[in-house]
Design a protein around this ligand. Structure first.
Ligand SMILES: Cc1cc2nc3c(=O)[nH]c(=O)nc-3n(C[C@H](O)[C@H](O)[C@H](O)COP(=O)(O)OP(=O)(O)OC[C@H]3O[C@@H](n4cnc5c(N)ncnc54)[C@H](O)[C@@H]3O)c2cc1C
Length: 371
């Protein structure tokens, strides 16, 4: 494409913001539309954990994608902070995955082996070792796996900083504006809104769980479904945790201000973004199972988000074959924050240079038919 392309990004979650920033940094004229304010979809509820090797033993493409994106994170955050002038909480102090049963410990041994095979430095700890590195943890914990390269990022801060950084590169954000349909027009595409439309050269569909509600000319609905997650933000009574603590039922993320995120439920309840008694009760019980002293914690907030899930739990990233010029960037399910830098880089190259990264083979929308 000879002239600077005009791109509309539908959705201002972490994915839409990261894509818009990356496109604009490389010269595109970008407009981002969202029916809400920036980052108010799944992104505002995210724990921001950056931990691709937790499922290393499963050996799925997701581990590879996550590891690659994690490798981009230092530079990505540094650049966004510089371009935005906004601080972003970003900590790489590792994760400690804990086992409460001997069977869980055997699984951690398999994960440790797979981590080493992937070049991720890790240490298997026995019960004493676990309490040496994290004194607050329950005496019921029989062992743990420390993965050193993992960490977390403040997802809301990162989305806000991306908005500012993108704005510094000329991106326009338009809120309270929902895309209904993307259609062809002579020489390009048209995004239809309620009673209005925007003409452009390219469209990136990054509407998270709602992606299937945006009609794409000639294509079936994007196969993304909402998976509710509830997460608690707690004032923390005990001494600080040093790193993310992970168990199959619950994880704890120690923020720099001393508070802790305790997440998260995984619920198939459609587009229902309400916090529930059952969800909160479950998270409290699980938190106390790991840290008995957490009974004295106090509530700061309960957040709820709808993760964009797909049938195979892999993102949907790549060109539409039904509507040339439209690129999907959605379906990031439980890893949208982790995968944001990689998705942004891949989508920007696809849109601006027509260059298809090999990683798209695992994420291509065509695996679900002629999207
Ligand atoms: C409780 C919880 C904990 C999580 N923890 C982690 C974690 O630790 N690490 C991690 O990597 N990931 C985590 N995730 C997942 C991560 O938050 C998501 O994968 C990510 O936020 C998805 O980003 P997104 O931009 O695709 O979607 P969203 O953030 O949902 O953004 C989509 C945007 O599109 C907008 N939109 C929808 N329809 C339209 C339309 N028709 N027109 C215009 N705009 C529209 C919405 O308003 C929304 O702002 C967690 C999620 C939850 C809920």
């Amino acid at each position: 494409m000879a002239k600077t392309p005009q791109v509309v990004v539908v959705g201002a979650g972490i994915i839409g913001c990261a894509v818009a920033y990356e496109l604009a940094r490389h010269g595109a004229r970008v407009r981002v539309i969202d029916r809400r304010a920036v980052g108010q979809g799944a992104t505002q509820a995210s724990a921001g954990v950056l931990a691709p090797f937790l499922s290393a033993h499963e050996g799925r493409p997701l581990v590879e994608l996550g590891a690659r994106s994690l490798g981009l994170f230092d530079e990505f955050v540094a650049r966004v902070v510089e371009d935005s002038g906004a601080p972003v909480q970003y900590v790489r102090s590792g994760t400690l995955e804990v086992a409460l049963t001997d069977a869980a410990l055997v699984r951690l041994q398999a994960t440790a082996k797979a981590c080493s095979a992937n070049g991720a430095r890790c240490d298997l700890l026995d019960a004493t070792g676990v309490r040496r590195v994290e004194q607050q943890l329950s005496p019921r914990i029989v062992g743990g796996l420390l993965v050193h390269s993992h960490g977390f990022v403040g997802a809301v801060e990162l989305a806000g900083a991306l908005q500012r950084a993108a704005g510094a590169h000329g991106v326009r954000f338009v809120s309270s504006t929902a895309a209904a349909r993307v259609t062809r027009r002579r020489g390009g595409l048209r995004v239809e809104l309620a009673g209005d439309s925007i003409a452009c050269d390219r469209v990136v569909l990054a509407a998270g769980s709602w992606s299937g509600q945006v009609e794409v000319d000639g294509a079936p609905a994007t196969p993304v479904r909402p998976v509710r997650g509830q997460i608690l933000h707690l004032g923390w009574p005990a001494s600080r945790l040093s790193r993310v603590i992970w168990s199959p039922e619950c994880y704890l993320v120690p923020w720099n201000d001393g508070s802790v995120l305790a997440g998260a439920t995984v619920e198939d309840v459609g587009f229902d973004e309400r916090a529930t008694v059952n969800g909160v009760q479950h998270l409290l019980a699980m938190t106390r199972d790991i840290v008995p002293e957490a009974g004295a914690a106090w509530f700061r907030a309960v957040r709820v988000g709808l993760r964009p899930g797909t049938p195979d739990e892999l993102p949907v990233v790549g060109r539409s074959v039904s509507l040339p010029g439209l690129v999907y960037a959605t379906g990031h399910y439980r890893n949208g924050i982790l995968l944001a830098p990689l998705t942004a880089a891949i989508v920007a190259r696809l849109v601006l240079e027509d260059d298809e990264d090999p990683a798209i083979s695992a994420m291509t929308p065509t695996r679900f038919g002629a999207c």
